[in-house]
Write a protein that binds this ligand. Structure first.
Ligand SMILES: O=C(O)c1ccc[n+]([C@@H]2O[C@H](COP(=O)([O-])O)[C@@H](O)[C@H]2O)c1
Ligand SMILES: Cc1cc2nc[nH]c2cc1C
Length: 358
């Protein structure tokens, strides 16, 4: 992070042909990009959505999702065919899409054609173990998943991307994200468990009980937040109650920030991954943008822990990176204004108003 580039961006913004501060939060976005990129002339080049998919052991018998786990693999096939929301939105906002199978419980899909995306088939396991019985993943599975995310960051940087967006797909992963949220924030499960894809009241009560039992089983129940830099504890939470797509997203966040790429967080599940990553490496915080606030209640607690204000509030709760996609045009617009606008001096516009205001 370059605090001097951030300060130069702020000073430059006040020279541009507009009343000071009149681009509102777009100015803060552009200043943050300046700090990330180390220059005032910021750009959003070749933005890429990295969408990790995986299955969850807790879906085998616990009744935590209204959908069967087979939907994860079926949706992977739908994305490969170009028919999911993420395909339509990535086309609409012109963002590259990379789909990575981090652990879906399905056979490798047949060769695909037509959809404009890249696909990486690298399942670490056929989903996690049921975290009511055992840790969701072994230490070596966790390490492999982090590495998968790291490799996605390396590919994005290699392709010239200056921004990556986080996406996920995995039936049952709101249960995992809720357990992570409770373990990191110290909030009781009943406050951070939500309906996910659409559980009814009875299902919701069952899901709260599952998260409570998982936290007790792994000795993760707490009534105070985890220290903001307790990396070992965050890794333990990830291993015990996380998911392979969540662990890969942690690796992506860390790898992207290390390479100086901006990171756009999508909904509840990606925010849980970002919160784990930021506890492992607090310097990540300066690289994060929160695209939106999902309807899932635990998302609010995570954004508070991360100190992030969402750009949008659209009552979305789909996942796949769809909320991140709709926010990318705002970030692009913020960069364009800072990079392309004329100054008062260049345009010979009288800036006395700015002098009085300043
Ligand atoms: O992004 C969100 O905030 C969000 C909220 C609710 C559900 N989802 C998506 O729905 C799936 C998980 O929901 P569930 O009910 O099976 O736990 C998973 O594929 C997520 O992408 C995503
Ligand atoms: C249909 C469907 C699409 C999804 N996309 C992300 N999570 C999802 C869950 C379901 C059930």
């Amino acid at each position: 992070m370059s605090e001097s580039a951030r300060a130069r961006a702020r000073a430059h913004q006040d020279q541009l042909t507009k009343p000071p501060g009149s681009l509102g939060r777009l100015e803060a976005i552009a200043a943050q990009l300046a700090a990330i990129q180390g220059r005032v002339a910021v750009e959003v080049h070749a933005p890429r959505l990295c969408l990790f998919a995986a299955d969850h052991g807790v879906t085998r018998s616990r009744g935590v999702s209204p959908y069967p786990r087979t939907v994860t693999g079926q949706m992977v096939a739908n994305i490969l065919a170009g028919g999911a929301a993420v395909n339509a939105l990535s086309r609409a906002v012109q963002v590259e899409l990379e789909l990575i199978d981090a652990g879906v419980d399905a056979d490798a899909p047949a060769a695909f054609e037509g959809a404009a995306l890249s696909y990486v088939h690298a399942p670490i396991a056929r989903g996690t173990r049921d975290f009511l019985d055992a840790p969701a993943m072994t230490a070596s599975e966790r390490a492999a998943a982090l590495e998968l995310g790291e490799a996605a960051a390396a590919r994005a940087a290699q392709a010239g991307s200056t921004l990556v967006a986080l996406g996920e797909l995995g039936i049952g992963n709101t249960t995992s994200a809720a357990a992570i949220t409770a373990a990191l924030t110290g909030r009781p499960p009943r406050e951070v468990v939500g309906p996910g894809t659409g559980l009814d009241a009875e299902g919701l009560a069952r899901k709260v009980a599952v998260v409570e039992a998982a936290l007790a089983r792994h000795e993760l129940a707490r009534d105070a937040p985890l220290a903001s830099d307790d990396a070992d504890a965050a890794v333990r939470v990830l291993e015990r109650v996380g998911g392979l797509e969540l662990a890969a997203l942690v690796g992506l966040c860390l790898g992207a920030a290390r390479r100086g790429l901006a990171v756009v967080v999508d909904g509840f599940i990606t925010a849980a991954a970002a919160a784990v990553a930021a506890t492992i490496e607090p310097a990540l915080l300066g690289y994060l943008f929160a695209a939106h606030r999902s309807a899932e209640p635990g998302h609010r607690a995570l954004l508070e822990r991360l100190g992030l204000r969402p750009l949008l509030e659209l009552d979305m709760r789909l996942g796949e990176g769809t909320g991140a996609l709709v926010a990318i045009p705002l970030i692009r617009a913020a960069a364009a204004a800072q990079r392309e606008m004329a100054t008062f001096a260049e345009a010979a516009v009288d800036d006395r108003g700015a002098v009085h205001d300043g």
